[in-house]
Design a protein around this ligand. Structure first.
Ligand code: URA
Length: 442
């Protein structure tokens, strides 16, 4: 089938045959589909959607465009984790060593921050010396030794996604359930895990703004993973406000270290315990949810999770002195306080705007080739539900470039909502979606 016929068929709302989907991915990788044709098909998919079969074929073709990591030499059930991206979402950095400290092997390929969302690799690289560009042999060696390893996607993993993601980013074609599903799952299936726990973010700071859309994405992801023989589950979790109190790379690493020492913010700690408990169960390290949670809490309280994180940092070239004393992490030279304009209760802290402000301060990038400032970001001094008096510091901005401050302050001011009553309590986890059923918590 010619590219133009495939584009026309999708434009007209037809389902594509498997050969057409495979021809597209082949064309993207070998360059025989020029960007304008790929972009046209991507937009047609955004507008017309894809069936479950088309999405599965797209995912399979994207996995087959590269290498699949073989982790058979490492004993135990390998349980991966992925988040669809949020603001202040530092969960992986705490979760991987926590689950590993409970005996689960956690292989994790992560991404960089783009737009308003942060990326695990940028956060970890704020630890001086920390290497994320490991070879697959090094990846396996660290996994065998420490139990977890967080690296960047190598060039050989789902190369079709690398090309397509860059194109989607500049053609307004990110927000599509089939395209996000194929993108996420092509990388996750290539990563070599036996089971997967997915964190599908939902709300102002997420790609999926509504619970309904997030559920649809979660179901699509679980379906693809399950059909590919990987036990896959997803949690739909809140992302209206940032997760935790720190947003920005080094600031978030400091918060991760506090959380691993049992001193982290309540919401972040609760979410990490929830996801880790499920990973421990799926990894065969506990016979019940109750036992899994007890193991996870014990690994946090005993310092075993912190020790595993420290061992991973050392093994990946990072400076352990920073783990022992987070005050040695890079810091931005200036701070600025945004205060409450009125007294009352903090009813909202728009994660999308806070994430955008963090990017403007230098913590994130608008284009993939931009450098970031590891010390830049924000610290929330008040969180939703807190009582505030006019003039109280709500958000502290950390920055280097004077010119970055004004736009960031405007965004933070517009992110803050204050009302006369405390906001209704919102659960952190909305839904739990498994191949055999769903549970809703809200
Ligand atoms: N994360 C991904 O890896 N891919 C997407 O398309 C969106 C979020």
């Amino acid at each position: 089938m010619r590219a133009v016929d495939i584009i026309r068929a999708k434009r007209d709302g037809e389902s594509l045959p498997r050969e057409a989907v495979e021809a597209f991915v082949r064309g993207v990788v070998d360059g025989s589909w020029p960007d304008y044709q790929s972009a046209a098909l991507l937009m047609a998919i955004v507008l017309r959607g894809m069936t479950a079969d088309e999405t599965a074929w797209l995912t399979a073709a994207m996995v087959a465009s590269g290498e699949r990591v073989d982790l058979a030499s490492i004993p135990g059930i390998k349980v991966g984790k992925h988040s669809t991206g949020g603001v202040g979402d530092k969960v992986s950095i705490v979760l991987a060593p926590l689950a590993a400290a409970c005996g689960v092997v956690v292989p994790k390929m992560s991404g960089r921050g783009l737009g308003h969302t942060g990326g695990t690799l940028d956060k970890l690289e704020s630890i001086p010396g920390f290497r994320t560009a490991l070879s697959l042999d090094e990846f396996r060696a660290v996994l065998a030794e420490v139990g977890c390893c967080l690296i960047s996607q190598t060039a050989t993993i789902a190369p079709a996604d690398k090309t397509l993601y860059a194109l989607r980013d500049v053609t307004a074609t990110i927000e599509s359930v089939p395209l996000i599903s194929a993108s996420v799952m092509s990388k996750k299936l290539a990563e070599g895990s036996d089971a997967l726990v997915l964190d599908v973010k939902c709300g102002r700071g997420a790609f999926m703004k509504t619970r309904q859309d997030a559920q649809a994405l979660a179901r699509a992801l679980v379906g693809i993973g399950t059909d590919a023989g990987v036990r896959t589950e997803a949690f739909v979790t809140a992302m209206d406000a940032p997760l935790g109190r720190a947003v920005g790379n080094a600031l978030e690493v400091a918060e991760c270290i506090e959380t691993l020492q049992g001193r982290g913010p309540e919401g972040l700690t609760a979410l990490v315990i929830r996801l880790a408990s499920r990973m421990v169960e799926l990894g065969g390290r506990a016979a019940s949810a109750f036992e899994a949670e007890a193991r996870v809490r014990d690994a946090l309280a005993s310092g075993a999770a912190f020790d595993t994180f420290r061992a991973m940092v050392v093994r990946q070239g990072g400076d352990p002195a920073v783990v022992d004393d987070p005050g040695r992490l890079p810091r931005a030279p200036r701070t600025f306080a945004v205060t409450a304009p009125a007294s009352g209760f903090l009813t909202g802290l728009d994660a999308g705007r806070i994430g955008e402000a963090s990017m403007r301060l230098g913590a994130g990038r608008e284009r993939v080739d931009q450098a970031i400032d590891p010390g830049a970001g924000l610290v929330l001094r008040r969180v939703c539900g807190d009582a505030v008096l006019a003039g109280d510091v709500v958000v502290e901005l950390h920055y280097r470039e004077e010119a970055s401050l004004a736009p960031a302050v405007a965004l933070v001011e517009s992110a803050i909502a204050i009302g006369p009553q405390p906001p209704p309590a919102v659960p952190l986890v909305f839904d739990w979606i498994r191949a055999d059923g769903e549970t809703s918590f809200a």
